[in-house]
Each structure stands twice: as structure tokens, then as C-alpha cells.
Design a protein around this ligand. Structure first.
Ligand SMILES: [Zn+2]
Length: 658
């Protein structure tokens, strides 16, 4: 294993931390945080050019029936370098102290470890702490920057099935309440705030279904963590004293304002084709596969001809699931070389499992697998050659072996990075053999979500792949956990919802759902949509997102879009999304318009998301002589700055105005 270079990886830039009066100001790429003397909690968070806090983040407590007025404010900047800053903050009230450690990183991730401790003082009685009745953390947010939400998991547990994307949508006027969730993002189309925690260990909400609330209060939207609604259980069992102190309750959570890196609007930069065949094959050489369209040449010729610059080879590249040594190295090397000869990067499948065929199975599996609270394994994928594949926890020793394996694999076979299936998702795990899971006070096991471990692994993967000029594309379902997802160059979401986006008329797939989870702009991470339906493009193109094609008809469609975008020059155009498009507006209900502008020309995306065909009218601002279809060249009716289009239900049109 090569020495890991710990300098800040591009595109991130060194963190800057400085004292400003009583406060500490942290500057990272695109964002500024101000941390105050109220136990080190933020007093300001600026992202996408906006201050999103409506007031300082606060600890709201009650002691013996009275609201707590915190005293002895303290904040110190202990340490800083390019990568990180370490701060300590504190506050106290009669009988209880708060000690906070804050670790801020170059990517704008802030980790808060908050110890809530009974405190006798020199002349105070132990009974004082026993009056602690409530402790909440409240984040007051400006309502205009909390229009959208997404959380994970969509459902508890790890079962994969098709469901409606209820975890992502517009924030309801009355707000939301959840049981503990390890990840919540709140924001708007251009940015927002990720909150996350590995577990709810130490939390005692009065109603476990309302452990986390997002509620309107006095013109603000408050994200409320109900850490304690009663005296900590450990404190109730004995009276605190000098020689038998009660333990602190230590709560850890993280924050990360988004976008996490500069928004990359050029969706033609990554023209990715997914080769996802599952059958046992005579050969895995892509060159030996005939073209699916019957024309002369190989499958690889067909992919290259489409204009793709990255190809993904699904799990069939390797006999052993999620493993780095293939059983057919010469065929793989030849396939990679053939992709390179056609100007494409080649990336293989990696995922979330350990195979019974892996050499490490017998020695490592029980200590590295994800375990359910009842002790059973999770997953259980079956494939050929005969094997079963169980979900692995990257909070275990597997992470180190896997990273070493990927570095070796890229060097040995010539691959240009990896495709990741579910790898960025820190699955809930109770495997105590590697430190996951905990016991609730009543003895029942509860999972932890190893977010920090997966994040560290993903950072190292990013460094390994970047050093080899490679690309990481991450498939996940409903999990937009920015601290781990940000180390992918793009994410591919949507498999879990199947065709749910076709039901807009019933309100099951509002535009806000797409904006919150599937657009990527709000996170600063480019997105692709996973769908086999051509209709999906009506949604995605409005949001500057493409569907990743396989080698079927979708490849022709997406290839024609790549070519139209490249002819127009969208990579250097300015993008005007439908929610703030001043260049062109639809006058027809159900029809939306986004636009690219470049050198006095316009490329419009016109989508009819209604269930009926319509004669759409699009009003255009500016001087243009004519309009035509950007793919077929067909001329459109364009008079007095009005574009007239016939639009079928769930259709999209690329119209170029010159
Ligand atoms: Zn684990």
C-alpha cells in the first residue's frame, strides 16, 4: 500500500480557521461557519451565498421545571491545519455542564461531540443534576432555505424493494417528525444543510416517533433534536457523588452545509454506459460480443460509437462478487485495452457484499459482515458461479483489504476507477466484533450506522482513484449522505422507485421530490437517474440530469442528447432552471422549461409532465429569428417570441433558438 498523501484532495481547498472576537470563523470551499460561545454551536452558516440560519443554534433545556439559562460560555480554537480545526466549547447551569468538542474538516463537515455531565460544584448538592428534565438542540433556519427535505433510510432495515419516495419532497407547512434517522438534509434548489448521527445512543425522546422534528416556530423552521425529555437513565439509578460519579451522556452528530463542492453543470463530461449483463458468459471480453443492433462490429464498437467516454462493466467481470482479483485476467486486460483504444475509460463493479467464494470468507466473514439486531446476516445475493453474497460492513477490517485490493486491481488490469453499488451507504449494523451496535438501557440491541468509517474509506478511495486519473460513480438508493457520497464523481439514484415518477398527476412524484433527491445540484454532486423508461428524461432533463443508458434503445436516445448538447456547447453555457428561468417561460399548465444560453443562442428543454397531450406555448425573452428541434433539425413555429410545440404526455423536447 502506498503512503496516503494527506493533503487536501481537489477540488476542495485548505480550511481556514480564525478567531473573530469571541467567535471562531471557519472558511471552506463555498461555505463559512461561525461558531459561538454557546457550547461551540454555530451562530452562522453561509452556503450558496446565503446565510441559512435564522439565529444561533441553541441548547434548550429545563431543570426543576425552569428553562435553563446557560452560563460560563467558553470557546477555544485548539488546533488547525489545512485539513482540519479542533475546537472546545462549554457551558453550564446549576448541576449540569456541557462540554463540546468540534472537529471541522476541509469539506465543511463539522463533528460535534457533546458530553452532558452532572456537576456538583464545590458546594452544591448532588440532587441538582437530578432535576434535568429536558435537553434539545434546536437549529433555527430561514424558511426560504428549508423548502425541501430528504432523509435516509427511507425504510428501516436493509430490505430492497420498490416503494414511493416519501423520504424526499417539499417540506409540508406543518413540518415533519421522525423517529431517529441517521441522515437528514434540509434545503432548497441551490443548497442546504446535512445533519447526521451514527446512532441514537443516549437519546431519550418522550415519543420515539418524534425524536427529530422539523417544525415552524415564529416565522422560522426549527430542526429540533429531542436528545432528552427526561433525566438520563444512568443518572436516575444512583445519586451522584465525589467518589461515585455518574457518567456523562455523550451525543455525537455532524453537520455539513451543501453544496459540498463547486457545482459541476457540465453533464456531458461523464458520458457513461452501463454494461449490466448477468448471465454466465462464454467470454467476458466485450470485443467478442456482437452488436445488439445486428450491425457489423462488436458490442464495444456500438458503445464507443454512441459517444460514451466511460463504460461500466457490471458484476460479471469477476467470478467473485465485490472482489478485486478476477478469474480471467487476460480477457479483462484485453477488454480494458480495447476500451482505451476507443477513447473510453473502463470501470468495474464493486459493491456491498462479501462472497462465500472469497478467499477470506472462512477467516473473516463473521467479524466483518453486517449483522441485524437479532444476529442474522443481511443481504444474501445469489449468482453464478455458485456463491452467496452477504452484506459487509465497511466499519470493519474489510475496508482496508478492499482499498488495497482496488489500488492493486487498477494497476494490474488497467481499470480507470470503480463503479460502486451501495458502497457509500453506511448500513445499520449490530456486529459487536468490529464495534458496531449498542445496547439500549432495556438491553435490546440497536444498530449503529458507521458513517465516519465509510467516509474515511471513501476519502481514501477517492485519493487512490484520483492518483490514477480515474473516476468513481456511485449507485445508491434513497441515500444522499453527503459526507460519504461526495467522494464519488457522480451518483446514480432511482432504482428503488421503479416507475413511480409516472404518477405525477396523483401527486406521488412532485418536482420537489426530484429536486431534493435526484438532482444533485443542491448537494454539489452530479447526479444520473436510474430508469429504463424513456419518459424519465422528461423529468431529468429539466434538472440538467441524464438517464444512464445500457446498450438498448436508451443508448440511442441518450447518445442523441449528448450530441445535441455538444453541438450547442452546453459545457460552457449558463443554465437557467425552470424555477428561476427568466429567458423562457411556459404558458401551458403542466409544461416546464429550462434553458441553456450561449453566444446569443438558446437551447430549451420543454417537458410536458401532465397526463394529457397539449399544444404548448413557450414565451421567450430576447431576439431570436427561428426555432428548430436540436436533435432532428425539424423547424418549429416561432412568432412574436412565442414557440409553439405539440407535446405528448411525459414528453421532452430540445428546441434550439438562433
Ligand atoms: Zn458494522
Amino acid at each position: 500500500m502506498q503512503q496516503i498523501d494527506r493533503t487536501v484532495p481537489a477540488p476542495w481547498t485548505p480550511l481556514q480557521a480564525k478567531k473573530d472576537g469571541e467567535e471562531v470563523v471557519l472558511d471552506v470551499i463555498g461555505r463559512t461557519y461561525r461558531l459561538g460561545t454557546h457550547a461551540g454551536l454555530p451562530t452562522g452558516i453561509t452556503t450558496a451565498g446565503e446565510e441559512i440560519l435564522a439565529g444561533p443554534v441553541r441548547l434548550v433545556g429545563r431543570l426543576n421545571g425552569e428553562p435553563i439559562a446557560w452560563q460560563q460560555p467558553f470557546l477555544a480554537l485548539l488546533q488547525q491545519d489545512d485539513e482540519r480545526a479542533v475546537l472546545a466549547g462549554a457551558a453550564e447551569t446549576t448541576g449540569v455542564i456541557i462540554s463540546t468538542s468540534v472537529k471541522a474538516e476541509y469539506d465543511g463537515l463539522l463533528r460535534f461531540d457533546i458530553a452532558i455531565t452532572p456537576y456538583l460544584g464545590f458546594h452544591k448538592g448532588a440532587e441538582l443534576a437530578s432535576g434535568l428534565e429536558q435537553l434539545w438542540v434546536e437549529f433555527p433556519l430561514k424558511p426560504e432555505f428549508v423548502k425541501l427535505f430528504t432523509y435516509w433510510p427511507l425504510i428501516d432495515g436493509t430490505e430492497v424493494k420498490t416503494y414511493e419516495p416519501v423520504n424526499s419532497s417539499a417540506l409540508p407547512a406543518e413540518g415533519l417528525a421522525f423517529p431517529f434517522k441517521p441522515f437528514i438534509w434540509l434545503g432548497w434548489e441551490e443548497g442546504g444543510l446535512s445533519w447526521f448521527a451514527e446512532s441514537d445512543q443516549g437519546w431519550q425522546p418522550a415519543d420515539p416517533q418524534r425524536a427529530i422534528e422539523v417544525v415552524p416556530v415564529d416565522g422560522q423552521v426549527v430542526l429540533r433534536l429531542r436528545l432528552l425529555d427526561s433525566l438520563p437513565q444512568a443518572w436516575a439509578e444512583q445519586l451522584d457523588g465525589w467518589y461515585h460519579p455518574n457518567p456523562p451522556v455523550t451525543i455525537t452528530f455532524g453537520l455539513q452545509a451543501t453544496p459540498v463542492k463547486p457545482v459541476d453543470e457540465d453533464i456531458t463530461a461523464r458520458r457513461i454506459v452501463h454494461l449490466s449483463y448477468y448471465e454466465p458468459l462464454e467470454t467476458i471480453s466485450i470485443e467478442a460480443h456482437p452488436r445488439p443492433d445486428g450491425k457489423p462490429g462488436s458490442l464495444l464498437d456500438r458503445v464507443a460509437e454512441s459517444g460514451a467516454n466511460v463504460m461500466v462493466i457490471h458484476e460479471v467481470w469477476n467470478a467473485i462478487q465485490n472482489y478485486w482479483i478476477t478469474d480471467r485476467p487476460e480477457e479483462i486486460k484485453a477488454t480494458v485495452a480495447a476500451a482505451h483504444a476507443r477513447g473510453m475509460k473502463a470501470t468495474p463493479y464493486f459493491g456491498y457484499e462479501v462472497s462465500t467464494l472469497a478467499p477470506e470468507w472462512a477467516e473473516m466473514s463473521d467479524s466483518i459482515l453486517v449483522k441485524h439486531p437479532d444476529g442474522r446476516y443481511e443481504g444474501g445475493w445469489q449468482r453464478q458461479p455458485p456463491q452467496r453474497d452477504y452484506m459487509v460492513c465497511y466499519g470493519s477490517a474489510w475496508a482496508e483489504k478492499w482499498l488495497n485490493g482496488i489500488a492493486w486491481m487498477m494497476d494490474e488490469y488497467g481499470f480507470d476507477g470503480v463503479y460502486l453499488d451501495g458502497t457509500i451507504m453506511p448500513w445499520g449494523c449490530c456486529n459487536a466484533a468490529h464495534g458496531c451496535g449498542y445496547r439500549k438501557p432495556d438491553g435490546t440491541p440497536a444498530p449503529t450506522y458507521p458513517i465516519f468509517a465509510v467516509r474515511e474509506m471513501m476519502r481514501r478511495l477517492y485519493e487512490i482513484v484520483s492518483a490514477r486519473d480515474g473516476i468513481i460513480t456511485a449507485h445508491q438508493s434513497s441515500c444522499c449522505l453527503t459526507p460519504t457520497l461526495q467522494f464519488a464523481h457522480s451518483y446514480w439514484d432511482g432504482e428503488h422507485i421503479g416507475g413511480a415518477f409516472k404518477h405525477d398527476a396523483q401527486g406521488r412524484f412532485p418536482l420537489e421530490t426530484f429536486q431534493a433527491e435526484f438532482m444533485g445540484r443542491n448537494f454539489g454532486i452530479p447526479a444520473e437517474f436510474l430508469s429504463g423508461s424513456p419518459d424519465a428524461l422528461a423529468y431529468t432533463l429539466l434538472h440538467n440530469v441524464l438517464v444512464r443508458p445500457g446498450v438498448g434503445e436508451m443508448l440511442d436516445t441518450v447518445s442523441s442528447i449528448w450530441q445535441a448538447f455538444q453541438r450547442f456547447g452546453t459545457s460552457t453555457a449558463t443554465w437557467h432552471p425552470y424555477w428561476r428561468n427568466t429567458l423562457a417561460q411556459s404558458e401551458t399548465s403542466g409544461v416546464y422549461v429550462s434553458a441553456y444560453a450561449r453566444d446569443g443562442r438558446l437551447l430549451l428543454v420543454v417537458s410536458n409532465l401532465g397526463l394529457e397531450s397539449v399544444e404548448a406555448v413557450v414565451k421567450v425573452n430576447g431576439e431570436y429569428a427561428s426555432a428548430r428541434n436540436a436533435i432532428s433539425g425539424e423547424a418549429y413555429s416561432f412568432e412574436e417570441n412565442a414557440l409553439h410545440l405539440s407535446c405528448a404526455s411525459m414528453s421532452w423536447t430540445l428546441a434550439e433558438l438562433t
